[in-house]
Design a binder for this molecule. Structure first.
Ligand SMILES: Cc1cc2nc3c(=O)[nH]c(=O)nc-3n(C[C@H](O)[C@H](O)[C@H](O)COP(=O)(O)OP(=O)(O)OC[C@H]3O[C@@H](n4cnc5c(N)ncnc54)[C@H](O)[C@@H]3O)c2cc1C
Length: 402
């Protein structure tokens, strides 16, 4: 049963009104973009409810700024409670069950919540335990709490080897490990130790970024080579020992500092929901244009979704989660407003800024629905793109939460 939810309104489960109830699971990139677009497009008699176990929002890209030393790890994050002032009902709770047939979700502290529409935006989780020996020996680059200790370790390193290992596919923000490698090189350069430290990048795939194809992959490898970073494809780690990673091929690599991007998995609540019917059993397959799951009124967006266009899968990144969120919001608004033939359709397009250290960033633009395969363009690093990356964060936080 729902306990203590909204002092001034009836419990969600027995709320009788003409309006619709849209429940969004997850207040990350996708959930926040969707909730705000819905609130702008729907009258107040329709309820937009967002459930997230976190109390605040921080973009994943901030990890790179903590690594670079340009953002303090203890800098306050943006409270999700800011949603309430916008007419979006934020519920700080964990979703533990999704009952598709009964159109309701269960939150650990608040009980069952009925919905007319459900938007699943729960992201992906990190599974460092899938790589034997990694926890305690390597630093998880995607865990904000481990990035500052990694930076300190790099600053203390006088000589030796830094290994950056992508430990599984798919992972979010495909360029981010390469950005981290160049930022690490820059940290060592500024620390005066770069000439004594070898930096190696190990990835499980045969090319740098399979999702964008061989041409851009070569450009990325050339880019990191300009910073003296060596690239090692086909290196999926099997076991991490003190000072050594062993790959599935049997090859071994020595390290003094190991920074890893652990395998990703979907949240447990997804696995028990019956929604995760992708080939791996992890992700939620959706229609590439509508983001519908096949269950009436149920959508999935962002990292948790598997958005396929032919053989191409749209990467897991915030910019795509945001684009998908806006389309889903428009579809729901159209449907509620009596315009069932919504023309909103996701276009598979996005961009991102590729940091290279020294307050510079390149720019990548991609169209994953381009006929004949993804069309991707990589612009060389500039101070302007680096500044735009900061604007990217600022403008979204302002639009979604402040
Ligand atoms: C180092 C790094 C750099 C990155 N750089 C970029 C970049 O430059 N550009 C870009 O576009 N993307 C970037 N990304 C990727 C981006 O952060 C993710 O792809 C994006 O956050 C995905 O959005 P989402 O809404 O699908 O999931 P998320 O933003 O991860 O949100 C999911 C939310 O669901 C909540 N949740 C999960 N399970 C439950 C549950 N059971 N109950 C309640 N709440 C739950 C979580 O607390 C979380 O708030 C980067 C990521 C990293 C790690």
């Amino acid at each position: 049963m729902l306990k203590g939810f909204y002092r001034h309104s009836p419990p969600v489960c027995c709320y009788i009104h003409m309006g619709k109830r849209i429940v969004i699971l997850g207040a990350g990139f996708g959930g926040l973009a969707c909730a705000n677009a819905l609130r702008k497009g729907l009258s107040q008699d329709h309820r937009v409810i967002v459930v997230d176990r976190k109390k605040s929002f921080m973009m994943g890209l901030v990890n790179l700024w903590i690594l670079a030393g340009s953002r303090r790890p203890d800098e306050p994050q943006t409270p999700l409670a800011g949603l309430n002032a916008r007419g979006i009902e934020y519920l700080n709770d964990e979703a533990i069950k999704i009952d598709i047939a009964a159109k309701k979700v269960q939150a650990r502290g608040h009980g069952w919540i009925d919905y007319d529409y459900l938007v699943v935006a729960l992201g992906s989780e990190l599974a460092p335990e899938k790589i034997e020996g990694f926890a305690g020996r390597g630093y998880n680059l995607y865990d904000a709490e481990q990035v500052q200790p990694l930076r300190e370790k790099l600053l203390a390193l006088r000589q030796g080897r830094v290994a950056i290992s992508v430990m599984g596919m798919p992972y979010k923000c495909p360029p981010a490990p390469y950005e981290a490698a160049m930022i690490i090189s820059d940290i060592l350069e500024k620390n005066g130790t770069r000439k004594n430290v070898q930096v190696d990048m190990y990835v499980p795939a045969p090319i740098a970024l399979p999702v964008v194809g061989p041409q851009v992959s070569r450009e990325i490898v050339d880019m990191i080579a300009r910073y003296g970073i060596r690239f090692h494809p086909d290196c999926k780690p099997k076991i991490v020992r003190d000072g050594e990673v062993e790959f599935e091929s049997g090859e071994k690599a020595a390290y003094d500092v190991l920074a890893g991007i652990p395998p990703h998995r979907s949240p447990d609540v997804i696995k028990t929901s019956g929604l995760a019917t992708s080939a791996t059993g992890e992700w939620v397959p959706v229609d590439r244009l509508t983001l519908r799951t096949g269950h009436p009124g149920v959508f999935a967006i962002g990292d948790v979704a598997e958005v396929k266009s032919g053989t191409v899968t749209v990467p897991k990144a915030g910019i795509f989660a945001e684009g998908q969120a806006k389309v889903v919001a428009q579809e729901i608004i159209d449907e509620i407003s009596g315009r069932p033939a919504s023309t909103a359709a996701y276009n598979g397009q996005g961009f991102c800024f590729v940091e290279v250290g020294n307050s510079m960033a390149g720019f990548v633009e991609a169209d994953f629905y381009h006929e004949g395969g993804p069309a991707v363009r990589l612009e060389p690093p500039s101070a302007e793109s680096y500044e735009k990356k900061h604007d990217f964060e600022r403008s979204r936080i302002k639009e979604w939460l402040l």
